[in-house]
Ligand binder design. Sequence first.
Ligand code: CP
Ligand code: NVA
Length: 305
Amino acid sequence: MRHFLSLSDAGGDAIAAMLNDALERKQARAGWPKGRADADAPLAGRVLAMIFEKNSTRTRVSFDMAIRQLGGQSIVMEAGQMQLGRGETVADTARVLSGYVDAIMIRTDDHAKLEEMAAHASVPVINGLTDESHPCQIMADLLTVVESGRQLPGLKVAWLGDGNNVLASIVEAAALLHFDVVAACPQGFQPEEGAIVRASGRARVVADPREAVADADVVVTDTWISMGQAQAETKLRAMMPYQVDAALMAAAKPGAAFLHCLPAHRGEEVTPEVIDGPQSLIWQEAENRLHAQKSVLRWCFGQIG
Ligand code: CP
Ligand code: NVA
């Protein structure tokens, strides 16, 4: 049984195979009505349960459409409306849901809850974002980069701003797929040291935003205040020099791509001219959540890799 809690659960070869599968499936159904199932309906009869402990637009809708396009069905639940929200344990919830559905996706504040779900479920469990990581987002980001005609090995990715869950998954991907990440983060908001060490030399943290973007093929940022974090003026002030503006994009490789997992805060982590400008791939990136996750689901059911 395969859980997708982190990118390492799949490994570099399977991720590459998933990206190929996603590209092929996306092309094969181009122009079709969104609700029509893929011709082979490879997950017909399968049901995915989704549990949300935090808000979501993209993850919720893209997973729902992903399982439908694969021929399956979904059940979407808010944790607060489940007995989970009244203290039923994650372990008991995992055991019960395993008797009803074929896979579980959970978005939770605490990574330990995801691990507990996986430890007690007898069906695949997928990480739909935790405070530590967001592997499904990075699958979509990798797909977007490949689709733009760039090769992953040898690529240079610049990260600006908060050393958060999304960065942690990019760093993990770098080691698995042989590209380099340079993250410019202010003092006190750097990623966890262990994540950088595990990247085996593929990731480093700098203080200077210009150093991060120098020669970068892809420039990435995210909200400065993640879900569950307090809105702190001191943090916003510390982040301001790391805002991705036109001058910073001009210091990257000519034509460098701009990515942002969304939701975005224009005027904070990125200026409107960048996020809504010609180098921004954010709409393809958001759509690719759907295509990438179809391949993640297929991998979980042993159909890829
Ligand atoms: N990028 C992302 O995960 O978006 P949602 O929070 O809307 O799911
Ligand atoms: N870092 C953000 C990502 C949202 C998709 C958060 O955790 O809120």
